[in-house]
Structure formats: C-alpha cells, structure tokens
Write a protein that binds this ligand. Structure first.
Ligand code: KG4
Ligand code: ZN
Length: 339
C-alpha cells in the first residue's frame, strides 16, 4: 500500500499548530505555538487577539512542521484542517491557510471536527486501539461520553448540561486566584492538598445517568470562598483545589464506568485537555483495572490542542472518501457527528 502523508493544521482556540502524519498513526512532526502567555494577562482567551496571533504564526508553524518531518509539500497527499467547533476568527485562519495550500498544490482538502481530533489522539500511541470503544471527552468547551462505533462515528451517551469540565477548572482557578489556564494549576496545587477536606456536591441528573453538571460544584466553591471571607477566615487553597478536583474526577469516573458496564464495553479511552489531569488519569485507570477493562489515554501533549490528532482524524476521514470543497467554511458550533 502506498504511504499517505497528511499535513494537518489546528487553530480553533489559542494554539497555532501543524503536523505531518503518515498513514494515520505515525507522527512525523508536531509543532505547537501556544498563545497562553499572551492571554494570561486577560485571565482567558481573547478571540480577537487569538485570530491575529494565528495569522502571524501559521506560516512559520507549517514550515517548521514540514522541516521537522523532513518532507516537502511535494510529498504531501492531503491537507487536513480543523473547521469547527471553536472561535470563528481563529478557525478561519487555519481553514483559509489549508484551502490556499490545497488549491495551490492541487491536493485534496479534508475538514476535521476538533472533537473527533481529540478522540483520535488515542490512536497515536496505541497501535492496537480500534473502534468500538467508550471515550470520555473532557476539554475546555466540551464534556461528552460517547461510544466510538467506527472511525469518526459516535453515539453520544451523555453530555454536560452546563459548564464543560475544563471550563469549571478554569473558573474555579480564577476564583481562588490561580490565573489562566486553570486546569494545570489546580492539578499541581491539589497535590499539596487534602481531597477530603471539603465535601463538594457530586451532581446526578435524574433519568440521565451519563449526563454531567458542573455548575453546582463551581457555585459551591464560590460560596465556600465567600463565607470564609465574611468570617475573616483564611482559606487553604490547596485543600480547596484538591476537594474541588476530587468532586469532578469522582463524577467523571463514576459515569464512565456506569456507561461501560451498562453497554458491556471493555475498552475505555479519555480525550481532551482535562484528560491530561493526573488525578483523573489515575482514577479512571484504577477503576478500569478493578473491572478488568483496558484503559487508553494519550500522553498529555496529545491531550491538549495539537495538530497531530487532527492529522490522525483527517487520515480516517480521507480513507472514507471525505473531501471538502473550496467553499469549506469555519463552523464555530459544529456538532459532534455533523459534517
Ligand atoms: O482540549 P483543550 O486543549 O482545548 C479545548 O478544545 O477546549 O482543553 C483545554 C482545557 C482548559 O480548560 C484547561 O484548563 C484544561 O483543558 N486542562 C486541564 C489540565 N490541562 C488542561 N484541566 C485539568 N487538569 C489539567 N492538567
Ligand atoms: Zn481542544
């Protein structure tokens, strides 16, 4: 079989990224230019700044990805790009760039769903992993529990009713003065705290055992902070972070195990930025071991936004015959399973 090499581009939020992926599973390069330092000043991602920074960086990042992979555009077989969901102005930079390269080089263009990319990150380091399997997707904008039925085909079992898991981490981190991005900071600070110090609510939704809700635990943390302030008491931030994280991790783990048991699925994967959380990884791994399930997770660098995962997803879409036209546009609220 002839090799298929895909140049992949990701610019949906605050990372400008490009990668060259061979035959869907071999990452020849993975270049990520993060804007975190820039957005830190504002406590979150500023869309207008993100778009402008993508424009500045995208050509450099692509050149670097080709150089690291030791290939030229002549050896590329298709261009894959995230076209949604995400920030519209940010997405447009990657989409316009991918279209320009594909048009100039007469290459097929494959638009990729960002969340399908996150799920596909699991294929990079696990050559044995193939659908079907259960996947918990936890990122800054999404919390979904899905069955991956085939490559790129999902049955959604559960989703968040309000905040995404990563959003809850970011909001709580801001409230306790840790700054942006909150997830990694809470992860780190929690190691010094007692996860049983404060009992925060673990939300359940009647009749929907796989759905999530994180606004309750977020409000509980804010209330706890306010009450301590009114009483003039010092808050132990490490205990608070660890207790909040424990509440979120418990719910994510419980719902995932429940779905696996109910549907008789024994292969469990996790994906998205929050999947790099060490406590979550350990909790799901332990729960899987107890039940004799196989557990899969990408290395942290492939959990947060990157283009390698987009190249992997693009490969499987390409193999299915998916080709996008020159009218491909950014779709900021693209739903999972939509084309
Ligand atoms: O997947 P991602 O890079 O971007 C989106 O598609 O949203 O996810 C970013 C989210 C942020 O909310 C960030 O705080 C969270 O993932 N995150 C973490 C960790 N690393 C990133 N949350 C908890 N623990 C971490 N170690
Ligand atoms: Zn993402």
């Amino acid at each position: 079989m002839e090799d298929i090499q895909i140049l992949a581009i990701e610019s949906s939020c605050d990372e400008t990224a490009a990668s060259v992926v061979k035959n869907g599973r071999t990452i020849l390069s993975n270049v990520i230019s993060s804007q975190i330092e820039l957005h830190k000043l504002y406590g979150g991602v500023v869309p207008e700044i993100a778009s402008r920074k993508h424009i500045e960086k995208i050509n450099q990042v692509i050149e670097q990805a080709l150089e690291d992979a030791n290939v030229t555009l002549d050896e590329i077989d298709a261009v894959g790009v995230t076209y949604g969901p995400g920030l519209v102005g940010a997405l447009l930079v990657g989409v316009a760039e991918a279209k320009a390269i594909a048009y100039a080089r007469k290459l097929p263009l494959v638009g990729v769903h960002h969340i399908e990319g996150h799920v596909s990150a699991n294929y990079i380091e696990h050559p044995d992993l193939e659908p079907p399997f259960l996947c918990l997707i936890v990122s800054g904008g999404h919390t979904h529990l899905v069955i991956v039925k085939e490559y790129g085909v999902f049955e959604i079992l559960g989703r968040t009713r309000d905040d995404a898991a990563g959003e809850a981490f970011d909001k709580v981190a801001r409230a306790i003065g840790l700054g942006y991005p909150g997830g990694p900071k809470i992860d780190k600070l929690s190691k010094e705290g007692n996860p049983k110090a404060i009992e925060f609510p673990r939300a359940k939704i009647d009749g929907c055992p796989y759905d999530f809700s994180f606004s309750g635990v977020k409000s509980a943390v804010l209330n706890y902070m306010n009450q301590a302030k009114m009483k003039g008491e010092e808050v132990n931030r490490a205990d608070l972070a660890a207790s909040f994280q424990a509440a979120v991790v418990d719910v994510l783990t419980e719902h995932t195990m429940r779905a696996a048991e109910d549907y008789g699925i024994t292969k469990i994967a996790i994906a998205g930025g929050v999947a790099s959380n060490q406590t979550l990884r350990a909790a799901i791994e332990k729960a899987c071991k107890q039940r004799n399930f196989r557990f899969y997770c990408p290395s942290p660098i492939f959990c947060t936004d990157n283009a390698a995962m987009i190249g992997v997803a693009a490969y499987y879409e390409y193999q299915k015959g998916v080709r996008h036209g020159w009218d491909l546009n950014a779709v900021p609220n693209l739903k999972l399973g939509e084309r």
